[in-house]
Design a protein around this ligand. Structure first.
Ligand code: ASP
Length: 342
């Protein structure tokens, strides 16, 4: 059987074109992608497409959409050499992070891409993104797929998906991976970071996890935050975990009122995971008293996790493990390359 790549079109800007009559952007029938991007006919392998119905603006994505994607990949896993998911850019990093946890022991590439301008517009970035993502998804080294994990490809760069953030709402280079090097860069040739890519290779069978627990939230600290805000949040019925976006290297107020509430929440069994508000860098709770106090209160370090990876990892762990201690233990280990210990 020859090589084959499956494109899964979920929605977002990439799959739109201008209605010649009204001038508005409308999704086009993705079965006709080869008419929109005739370059695809030049690939010497089969390219199949599946289109979501209805198409989803990525701001509307909910965890059941991730489950649908995971099941679709599982169903088609043996029939394809790689998967390219076309996705709106707004929540692409959340989806990439969620999939990296829900699809364990991947031995094939799952590449998410999209565009800032619709593919049916002359100056689109979608054409390049799509073509390069397909080429990467089909790349082999020593007869095995070069990429064996969930990635985001955007504007010449291939990133580990759970390390990305949408950084720019306007420019073509919309994504960044501040705490982890790119896995490939597409110039005249595509240069792969084989050292990092090969660390994720696995010979185990694909494992899928589709139970996600959404009793989680993100709390971004700011100077002036009121005690009632914390009281309100920690009183939420069923709340299991909070991603606490702290200052700098994981610091927060040492005010007695604040630490007291954090301690009470931890004692109630709520997991509090510390990530920094800075787009780059990591949490080190031993550096300043403002971090030490959090650690003493039972707050867990999120190291250099992105918020996107932190929240989706919590959903996945809480869905998979019943015991809070097990969840805490797994938070302290990178399970899909999502953070670095050093
Ligand atoms: N709102 C769109 C989405 O995320 C934007 C895009 O595709 O870039 O679905």
């Amino acid at each position: 059987m020859g090589k084959a790549i499956l494109i899964i079109y979920t929605g977002g800007t990439i799959g739109m074109k201008q209605d010649p009559e009204t001038g508005t952007l409308v999704p086009f029938n993705f079965r006709q992608i080869k008419d929109e991007v005739p370059e695809l006919k030049k690939f010497k392998f089969r390219i199949d497409t599946i289109s979501f119905n209805p198409l989803i603006d990525s701001s509307d994505i909910q965890p059941d959409f991730w489950v649908k994607l995971v099941l679709l990949i599982k169903e088609n896993y043996d029939d394809y050499d790689g998967f390219v998911i076309l996705h709106g850019t707004d929540t692409m990093s959340y989806t990439a992070s969620a999939l990296s946890f829900m699809l364990q022991n991947l031995s094939k590439p799952v590449i998410l891409t999209g565009s800032q301008l619709p593919i049916g517009i002359l100056r689109t970035d979608g054409r390049e993104n799509l073509i390069s993502a397909i080429e990467i998804a089909a790349e082999n080294k020593n007869d095995t797929p070069m990429v064996q994990e969930v990635c985001v490809f955007f504007q010449n760069m291939l990133f580990r998906g759970n390390r990305t953030i949408k950084y720019n709402a306007e420019n073509f280079n919309a994504f960044r991976s501040e705490n982890f090097p790119p896995l490939a860069e597409a110039g005249i040739t595509i240069r792969y970071n084989f050292t990092e890519l090969s660390k994720r290779y696995s010979s185990d069978r694909l494992g899928i996890y589709t139970k996600l627990d959404t009793n989680v939230l993100v709390l971004k600290l700011f100077p002036g935050i009121q005690s009632q805000v914390l009281d309100g949040i920690f009183a939420i019925d069923g709340l299991k975990a909070v991603v606490l976006e702290t200052f700098g290297t994981g610091n927060a107020s040492t005010g007695e009122w604040f630490i007291k509430r954090i301690k009470e929440a931890v004692n109630k069994g709520i997991i509090i995971l510390n990530v920094t508000q800075c787009p780059a860098g990591r949490v080190e709770m031993d550096l300043y008293d403002t971090g030490v106090q959090l650690k003493k209160a039972g707050v867990i370090s999120g190291y250099d996790l992105t918020v996107e990876a932190a929240i989706t990892k919590l959903m996945y762990l809480l869905g998979r493990y019943n015991s809070i201690n097990e969840v805490k233990k797994m938070l302290d280990k990178p399970i899909s390359g999502e953070f670095s210990l050093e």
